[in-house]
Write a protein that binds this ligand. Structure first.
Ligand code: PLP
Length: 377
């Protein structure tokens, strides 16, 4: 399958041609345990579902082909995958993260540094000199990028970051949730590990919590990530795995549509008198636009942020007035969502109080633009 373009890989879903029933959609095997010979492990490799089960093969192989990875593991959530990667390091490790990034991960990292003795530094990752200054050769173990980043959709230069990380003996880990492998393939830019909240675009229907980790090399570090899934019990369950596979089969259509509509919304908001700023990497005015044109292919994604004139109160008023954009957290679903990130992230957040994060779904662009303009008016 790997020789086909992503649209074909996704639509076919690396179909299980060996199913004796001839079903074009794989069955859900609910078994938690599998028959074994008295001497130990069976030839199928299945033993106990906390280590793996047949229904994971198809979604893991599909994602692996899309990212061009050597291996893939699906987890029960994005956080479960990401914490398995961080905890594959030893106490005393040093990691560098961006300032602009997913807030839930940042919250967990604070706990991680105080409870696991893993040192975390946040830098402005759009400024490579800050990354160079923060890296400690021989001590830094991970440089972590999320690109485009929450919620300003800044672009982080993966090729340059992988050079900096590797020169210091560290790994580059990339949270590719927002771009998806359709718009950015971090391993092709030198990244070592890719992680996803598969809850978002990969599943795409706001009905599954899932995560993924992928690797460029099956090395000792990767073995520890796999060990963490097996023994912390972070594996994705059978039903969500089947739903995730179902969702992924239309990923290319959803991402293309959301990217196109997000661009139209960003342009429509750009000259709106009640909008102070628009953050969308497809706009030439966005600070990451030049890099986005090199690092992203096929679109700039479905996430747009706008800063409403008048601050938090004005932004909250807009949220109560939209009819199609629903006020809810999360992103990457077929339905459009709106959220004031400052309200979620609390008083020490670096985010503008009037910033509204828009997750653009697959509704008609004209309806979404009308909805937003009517709410802003
Ligand atoms: N990474 C990004 C960019 C996210 O937006 C999220 C969730 O919002 C996560 C990671 C965490 O994923 P999950 O909620 O599936 O644990």
């Amino acid at each position: 399958m790997a020789q086909y373009i992503p649209d074909t890989i996704l639509a076919q879903g690396i179909c299980d041609a060996h199913d004796p029933t001839g079903a074009v959609v794989s069955p859900i095997h609910l078994a938690t345990t599998f028959l074994r010979p008295p001497e130990g492990y069976s030839e199928t490799g299945w033993s106990y579902s906390r280590y793996g089960y047949p229904g994971l093969e198809q979604p893991e192989a599909t994602l692996k082909a899309l990212e061009g990875a050597a291996d893939c593991r699906l987890f029960s959530s994005g956080m479960s995958a990401m914490s398995a990667v961080i905890l594959a390091q030893k106490p005393g490790a040093h990691c560098i993260f961006p300032i602009d990034m997913y807030h839930g991960m940042r919250t967990w990292l604070k706990h991680c540094s105080s409870h696991w003795n893993i040192r975390i530094d946040h830098v402005d990752m759009t400024d490579l000199d800050q990354v160079r200054a923060a890296v400690i050769p021989g001590t830094t173990t991970i440089v972590w990028a999320e690109t485009p980043s929450n919620p300003h959709w800044y672009l982080y230069d993966l090729a340059a970051l992988s050079d900096i990380a590797h020169a210091a003996g560290a790994r580059l880990v990339v949270d590719n949730t927002v771009a998806t492998p359709l718009l950015t393939r971090p391993l092709a830019f030198g990244a070592d590990i890719v992680v996803h909240s598969a809850t978002k675009y990969l599943n795409g229907h706001s009905d599954v919590l899932a995560g993924a980790a992928l690797t460029a090399a099956k090395d000792d570090f990767w073995e520890r990530v796999c060990f963490n899934r097996d023994y912390h019990g972070g594996i994705l369950g059978q039903f969500p795995a089947a739903l995730l596979m179902r969702g992924m089969r239309t990923l290319h259509l959803r991402v293309a549509r959301a990217s196109e509509t997000a661009m139209a919304i960003a342009e429509a908001c750009s000259d709106h008198p009640d909008v102070e700023a628009v953050f969308y990497p497809g706009l030439p005015t966005h600070p990451g636009h030049a890099l986005a044109t090199r690092q992203m292919t096929g679109g700039f994604g479905g996430m747009v942020s706008i800063v409403v004139r008048g601050g938090a109160a004005a932004a909250e008023r807009v949220m109560t007035r939209t009819r199609i954009f629903k006020p809810a957290t999360s992103l990457g679903g077929v339905e459009s969502l709106i959220e004031r990130r400052g309200a979620i992230e609390g008083p020490d957040s670096h985010i503008e109080p009037g910033l509204l994060r828009l997750s653009v779904g697959v509704e008609a662009a004209t309806d979404l633009i009308y909805d937003l303009k009517a709410a802003l008016a």
